[in-house]
Design a protein around this ligand. Structure first.
Ligand code: FE
Length: 185
């Protein structure tokens, strides 16, 4: 079976028993880690970078909307604003590498970097959720080539209301949508 198809089956099976978030993130990281050991399964149409900004291609939406899988394609030097997710998420590095800086938001609303920037190398998996740390800025670790990561999120991430944060910590609501799906809202 196609590696991506078996990943989708296995991830659905993992969620079948209504596990805790920690079990989803731990076992899901194992499944995603195995998927990103080999990048040949990703169709080239989901690996195309854009010169303006990073792209988010929907690869799979669970029919019951329990989870969604997205291919994040980073052009050279591209980065996200500081943002949250509000749901659990897994990030598996398929090609290239990413830099990630976590942030904490102080009671007065301002943002503080939380620890040193972390580098995610090809084959590695990272986790996010409101429980374990949900605020970060992510960038392509390379200034001269494309990087690609595969993300798995709770629910239909392209439709989730969440926030980006300005330098002073002011939240701005956004719904990401997907680069390859017409926004129906
Ligand atoms: Fe993120």
């Amino acid at each position: 079976m196609d590696p991506f198809e078996s990943f989708i089956q296995d991830f659905g099976a993992l969620l079948e028993s209504n596990p805790s978030e920690q079990v989803i993130l731990d076992r899901g990281a194992g499944l995603l880690g195995a998927l990103v050991q080999d990048d040949r399964w990703l169709p080239s149409s989901f690996a195309v970078a854009d010169v303006e900004r990073y792209r988010q291609y929907l690869l799979h939406l669970d029919p019951r909307k329990r989870f969604s899988v997205v291919s994040f394609v980073w052009g050279p030097g591209q980065q996200t604003p500081v943002h949250d997710h509000t749901v659990w998420g897994l990030i598996g590095m398929l090609r290239g590498a990413e830099m990630e800086q976590h942030y904490v938001r102080l009671p007065d609303g301002s943002l503080l970097p939380d620890g040193e920037p972390q580098r995610l190398e090809t084959g590695q998996v990272d986790k996010v959720s409101p429980r374990i740390g949900d605020l970060h800025r992510v960038s392509n670790a390379f200034a001269d080539r494309t990087s690609i990561s595969i993300h798995v999120y709770e629910g239909d991430i392209g439709a989730v209301e969440r926030s980006t944060y300005g330098a002073d910590g002011t939240p701005q609501h956004f719904v990401s949508g997907y680069s390859n799906v017409e926004n129906v809202n």
